[in-house]
Design a protein around this ligand. Structure first.
Ligand code: NOJ
Length: 550
């Protein structure tokens, strides 16, 4: 019988930041041989796919998001053979491999750009976005880089400006040029032919820019010192007409290969984000849903509101997804605190939809303060408080020096967290109540309970405003999730009768049966309960969500 759900719907994605996972050759930077050594860990953890941030040749101005060759591997990370064996060894373990695809810009050291900047009539000139100076000689318009400053760089040699929405070493490609599109689709074919299982597409919503190059409105709320990416309202640089055609084209390439996945990095308000599924569900399988990443206040009511608004707005047949952290944003344990982070993991791994976990979050890793002189991130150049280095520090494997990330005598590219002797894989695997044990158990339960993967989802009304309770159900299986967002003990009164069987507390210290009329939650505790249909009022049992296949 055909499985009605695809692997990227029932599975869990694990993001690896390759520089920081495991250093296999003793140079202080993570690499593919290191990653291969940890595939068994990843499999043990219980995720189904790894997404690798870029591993391609790059001058590393933006740590791999500035690519100088799309179809090779940076020697720092290993060789093409390493990538092939990683794919093979991952597939042997039933793990999928997703690569990062960075279509908005290349490195300025990419041969395409080198040619484009050589003279105005070069055949690659139009592959990038060039404009004459404004009448006063300044930049052609007011567009700002998301890393700060103008988005335009003057090129002395040819007397024009080129556009870079990110670092000056990341010139934007011109996606209105058909040859650019074809060249980038060829890149997708190259990797799909090699066996990769899909792509996470970098800044998908930024690929097209206004044809008239009109000025963006400035964000009236922005003040110096705020995040430079919020300085303008991207009216003419984001989500432009025509973008959906491009996403459809990418999807058509991916669809030629069967069960592969296209994930889009998109930071947009909900309604516009959801358009990236495509009207015919013919665009991204998973437009990343970053609402829990950008949530200004973490709490039961804000989270409930976000979850319900998302569920209500999802187009029919579209598959949801959730994220808590990534390499661009503070880690969840830093945002909400280490105790509440357990609740956040239970939320991530029990909500309807595909979760993406960020490496190290399963240990309860926090952002690491990096001294300004040790910082690398171009985004932190002017304002170290916006540097993304703190969330990119080495994975903590064990209690030995450098947390086992690289040899003791080697200096890791970013400092290892001070608390690595407490928060590391080996120590936590031996502790039945550790953060890792919690995440591992949640992932194991997800695998065994279809209600958590393919079941419907419904919020449960109850009186306590500091708790969020929801029901996941599939056929006869019903799971209740009760999350306490406060640091104080709380009581939740559920509308059912009878008892729920406790499958898991985020504290990992209790089991047994709990009366639904009085569920006691300790501060920062989340509970996962299995309940009988007879324990629930009919309204909950009847409202089964209709699910659609991909
Ligand atoms: C989004 C990536 O996640 C980020 O790390 C990078 O700096 C920008 N895109 C530019 O590629």
């Amino acid at each position: 019988m055909m499985h009605p759900h695809s692997w990227w719907q029932t599975g869990v994605i694990y993001q690896i930041y390759p520089r920081s996972f495991l250093d296999g050759n003793g140079d202080g930077v993570g690499d593919l041989p290191g990653m291969k050594r940890k595939l068994d860990y990843v499999r043990w953890l219980g995720v189904d796919a790894i997404w690798l941030s870029p591993i391609y040749p790059s001058p590393m101005a933006d740590f791999g998001y500035d690519i100088s060759n799309y179809t090779d591997v940076h020697p720092l990370f290993g060789t093409m053979e390493d990538l092939d064996t990683l794919l093979q060894q991952a597939h042997q373990r039933d793990l999928k491999v997703i690569l990062d695809f960075v279509p908005n810009h290349t490195s300025d050291e990419h041969p395409w750009f080198q040619q484009a900047r050589s003279n105005r009539t070069n055949e690659k000139r139009d592959w990038y976005i060039w404009r004459d100076p404004a009448p006063d000689g300044g930049p052609p318009n007011n567009w700002t880089s998301r890393f700060g400053g103008s988005a335009w760089q003057f090129d002395e040699h040819t007397g024009q400006y080129y556009l870079h929405l990110f670092d000056v070493k990341q010139p934007d490609l011109n996606w209105r040029n058909q040859e650019v599109r074809q060249a980038m689709y060829d890149v997708l074919h190259f990797w799909l032919d090699r066996g990769v299982d899909g792509f996470r597409v970098d800044v998908l919503w930024l690929l097209l820019k206004d044809e008239q190059f009109r000025d963006n409105p400035m964000n009236p709320d922005w003040k110096p010192g705020d995040n430079p990416s919020a300085r303008q309202i991207g009216l003419y640089t984001e989500d432009q007409p025509g973008i959906h055609r491009i996403v459809q084209e990418m999807r058509a390439v991916v669809d030629q290969y069967g069960a592969r996945v296209l994930i889009g990095e998109i930071y947009l308000p909900l309604a516009r984000l959801l358009h990236y599924y495509g009207e015919q569900l013919d665009e991204a399988h998973l437009p990343f849903n970053f609402q829990l990443v950008i949530l200004p206040t973490w709490g039961a009511s804000t989270v409930r509101q976000v979850v319900e608004a998302y569920e209500a707005a999802l187009p029919q047949g579209a598959w949801p997804n959730w994220v808590l952290s990534n390499h661009d944003r503070p880690r969840i344990a830093t945002r909400v605190g280490p105790e509440q982070a357990r609740v956040a993991q239970m939320l991530l791994l029990t909500l309807r939809g595909t979760p993406t976990c960020y490496y190290g979050d399963e240990l309860g890793m926090q952002d690491v303060a990096v001294a300004p002189e040790l910082m690398h991130d171009p985004k932190g150049k002017e304002h170290p408080e916006h540097s993304r280095d703190p969330q990119r520090t080495p994975m903590q494997w064990e209690s030995s020096p450098n947390a086992g990330f690289c040899p003791p005598e080697v200096r890791p590219w970013l400092p290892v967290a001070n608390d690595y002797q407490t928060y590391n894989v080996v120590a936590e695997q031996h502790d039945p109540r550790s953060f890792l044990t919690l995440v591992h158990t949640l992932l194991t339960l997800r695998r065994t309970l279809p209600a958590l993967t393919v079941g419907s989802q419904q919020s449960i009304d109850q009186q306590n405003p500091t708790c969020f309770v929801y029901l996941r159900q599939h056929q006869d299986q019903r799971c209740l999730v009760a999350l306490n967002f406060s640091a104080q003990d709380q009581i939740v009164t559920l509308p059912g009768e009878g008892q729920g069987r406790l499958l898991l507390s985020t504290r990992l210290d209790r089991e047994g049966f709990i009366p639904l009329s009085e569920v006691h939650l300790r501060g920062n505790e989340g509970l996962l309960l299995e309940v009988e249909a007879s324990s629930l009022p009919g309204e909950y049992v009847r409202r089964q969500h209709v699910l659609h296949g991909p």
